[in-house]
Design a protein around this ligand. Structure first.
Ligand code: SAM
Length: 230
């Protein structure tokens, strides 16, 4: 396995059970909905993964574009949401053809850590072009340089305890140590950014950015940034 897109396209075990996966996407969808500025907004979820609760997000906005680089995941998204007229599924390459200033809100959750810094800069430039003036970009689940894997473990165990899948989470963690995830985390690694560093990166891309008081999802040790197209 060579990269994170291939990993996310494989039958990975990042979610320890079906219940974990369902809870994960429910929590993420609720947080995305909280950022939708008005009911007819056009929303882009960049590298959305399986987006199991995307129908709830689509119900709260005008149009939802689900963009995903992993071809197998994208195929499942297309099949899952084929009958929902508010949802369209795109590759990341397709996004270069998005009309300029056509999107009100772009969401990028738990993605920046898998991208090389220049790749993220190129993505920010594309997003700035697609956003309407005053449109918002929400970059969530950013790993800080000083926080290690143990905090990820604690966040998962707390989510599991609250939602009744603690035993599965413990087995899942044991499996993770032997998994492609751990091997890739050791070999390619994950990109990390400090608060000032991410704000500067977003400013360099043409945004005014602040750190949100609360991270999206359920890992409070990670950070979310809200950037406005300036
Ligand atoms: C942890 S999942 C997050 C999915 C979803 N945003 C969520 O919050 O549940 C990581 C996502 O990043 C995508 N990804 C991995 N490497 C990437 C890269 N280099 N560029 C863009 N997306 C990437 C994967 O295909 C996957 O959809």
């Amino acid at each position: 396995m060579d990269d994170w897109i291939e990993y996310y396209d494989s039958t990975h075990t990042i979610y320890v059970s079906k219940l974990h996966r369902d809870v994960h996407f429910r929590v993420i969808a609720a947080d995305i909905i909280g950022y939708i500025p008005f009911p007819v907004a056009t929303v882009l979820d960049y590298s959305c993964g399986e987006a199991l609760s995307a129908a709830q997000v689509a119900a709260a906005c005008g149009q939802l574009i689900l963009a995903e680089p992993a071809p197998g995941v994208r195929g499942r998204l297309s099949a899952r949401f084929a009958s929902n007229p508010k949802i369209s599924v795109r590759s990341l390459d397709d996004l270069t053809r998005l009309p300029e200033t056509s999107v009100d809100l772009i969401i990028v959750i738990s993605v920046a850590q898998y991208m090389a810094p220049p790749e993220l800069d190129a993505a920010f430039a594309l997003m700035r072009r697609a956003l309407k003036p005053g449109g918002k970009l929400v970059v969530g689940d950013i790993l800080r340089p000083d926080v290690g894997a143990a905090t990820d473990v604690i966040a998962l165990l707390k989510l599991a305890a609250r939602n009744g899948f603690l035993t599965d989470a413990l087995w899942g963690l044991a499996r993770t140590v032997l998994s492609d995830y751990w091997q890739l985390r050791q070999s390619i690694g994950l990109q990390r950014y400090g608060e000032a560093e991410m704000i500067a990166k977003l400013q360099a891309a043409g945004f005014t950015a602040v750190r949100a008081p609360k991270n999206v999802g359920y890992n409070p040790a990670r950070m979310t940034f809200v950037a406005t197209r300036s």
